[in-house]
Design a protein around this ligand. Structure first.
Ligand code: ADP
Ligand code: MG
Length: 317
């Protein structure tokens, strides 16, 4: 059973309907309205050793990542993060490991003004579950459902770098040290695009964060929006480091590798000039890679030829 079937069979649509739930299960975060001036935005994500990160990566990276993947979900809603809680399952209480984990966690929390307000600690296999809460002005959250035919499809950053970094943890033979260091950083310390997401509130029609690979995640965005996509792999912003590390497999990494935590969004053609103006202040590039179309399905081309995407995307089940 895949994750989506599991959630839709056992959890989605089973709880009591409440009129204050603006957006429930199925997006990057939930949106709740119980006061007039703000919508509350809530997301939870777990990272588990062996599933989301390999054993032996620095504790500082685990602490950073536990929060980063959650801030990324809030970014995908265009929300401002405020509070978080942390449920930690640990095989042992190792003070050196915990010191480093906390350093990674709080360095990121401090940068985004997010306060740790509670959590839970238990003995068990290593995993960290974070819940983040944030806010948007009423109606300003960007859902997955708003893409319309004719909208451009955009992505921030350099997809593929993170999965290449993950490969290089084990096999770095022949890759220059500076290339390896950059790609490892992209895997170990993903940067949640919180400021960029918030700036897109008034521009994007639909948005998600890329955690499972660009191809699959664009599929989710288009399915939620009842649309399809035509994309050009020649437009992918492949980094020089990715090309240096994996050569002709760079496109495959960008399309099917996970762990990017970049934002993928759609925006109407009329918004392009404004978008470029806003993005000029960002430290991360933003690139148009395709167009939303009516016909369902995700179609890639490269140099005028149809590109078939191998089904190698990361899956939890
Ligand atoms: P993301 O990759 O953006 O974190 P997920 O794929 O983890 O999203 O989850 C998809 C949707 O299903 C989200 O809205 C999430 O809140 C919801 N979800 C996941 N697991 C459960 C569960 N066990 N019970 C209820 N909702 C869940
Ligand atoms: Mg998400």
């Amino acid at each position: 059973m895949d994750e989506r079937t599991l959630i839709s069979t056992y959890f989605a649509g089973r709880s009591t309907g409440r009129s204050d739930v603006v957006l429930g299960i199925g997006d990057d975060a939930a949106v709740l309205r119980f006061e007039p001036d703000w919508d509350l935005v809530v997301a939870t994500d777990t990272i588990a050793e062996g599933t989301h990160f390999p054993a032996g990566i620095p504790a500082r990276a685990v602490g950073h990542r536990a929060l980063a993947v959650n801030l990324s979900d809030l970014a995908a809603m265009a929300a401002e993060p405020l509070w978080c809680s942390l449920a930690l399952s640990l095989p042992a209480a190792d003070p050196m490991w915990l010191e480093e984990f906390a350093a990674g966690f709080f360095a990121l929390a401090d940068r985004f003004g997010t306060a740790l307000i509670g959590g839970d600690t238990v003995r068990g296999p290593l995993s960290a579950t974070v819940t983040v809460q944030g806010r948007v002005r009423p109606g300003a959250a960007v859902p997955r459902t708003g893409a319309r035919a004719g909208d451009g499809i955009w992505v921030t950053g350099n997809p593929g770098d993170a999965v290449a970094g993950r490969y290089l943890l084990d096999a770095a033979a022949g890759v220059p040290e500076s290339v390896r260091a950059t790609l490892l950083q992209r895997f170990l310390y993903p940067e949640p695009r919180v400021r960029e997401g918030r700036a897109l509130a008034a521009l994007a029609t639909a948005m998600l964060d890329v955690s499972d690979g660009l191809h699959d995640d664009i599929g989710k965005l288009m399915t939620a929006s009842g649309s399809g996509a035509e994309l050009d792999a020649g437009l992918l912003p492949l980094s020089a480091e990715l090309r240096a590390a994996v050569a002709e497999r760079a496109i495959e990494c960008a399309l099917t590798g996970g762990d990017d935590y970049e934002l993928c969004f759609t925006a109407p053609a009329q918004a392009t000039a404004r978008l470029q103006e806003v993005a000029a202040a960002w430290t991360v590039p933003v690139t148009r890679i395709g167009t939303v179309v009516r016909e369902p399905g995700i179609r890639w081309q490269h140099a005028g030829r149809v590109l078939t995407v191998p089904g190698s995307t990361f899956r939890h089940f």
